[in-house]
Design a protein around this ligand. Sequence first.
Ligand SMILES: [Zn+2]
Length: 235
Amino acid sequence: MMKGIVILSGGLDSTTLLYKLVHEGHDVLALSFDYGQRHKKELDAAATVSRMLNVTHNVVKLNDWADILKSSGSSLTNPVIEVPEGHYAEDNMKQTVVPNRNMVMLSIATSTAIASGYDEFVATAVHAGDHEIYPDCRPDFLGSLEHAIRVGNEDFLPDHFKIFAPYIYETKADIASDAEMHGVPIDKTWSCYKGGMFHCGKCGTCVERLEAIDEACVEDDTIYEDYLFWKTVIK
Ligand SMILES: [Zn+2]
């Protein structure tokens, strides 16, 4: 059993990671970030699943950064740019990247780990499907950052500290299977970029989620505005 921080967005992947670590007996603190994302539904979901697991959940508010990101090229933080619909493999999906986001989040999570004593790991739910368009989700980046964190915090972190990314070589379908195994309330998680009343079923993350859940043959009570669109855009 170890003590550590889990970066929790409130989506399927990080919620499954949280359930997995809690069920494995680790003592965890969940950390979410408010960086001006289009909507707060994922933060509400993060609070809900943390409550269900009886895990302490903190939200780091990055208001000034959010203001700067409003004029960035990312549809997740610039309200003027429309959220693209379709499959992640399409070119326009680069609009959903928030450059350097993982560097910021993992860095603040490390600082929180040291301050709180939950300092044996920082866990992130990046997976193999993220590698193509999100450079800060690739193994090379996480390995380099772990090294930089160790060097930059010598004597302040235990020697066995690690950035824990158990899904880095797994697919989203593997995560969906894990979600079922750990009893994750999938319909309480929030993935959709648009933040409407229900999941849209058409944005990149909705398409990816529906495809993964179908591939893993997992039951999902989430309501999607469009249940079938994803089948028209997968390769
Ligand atoms: Zn969506």
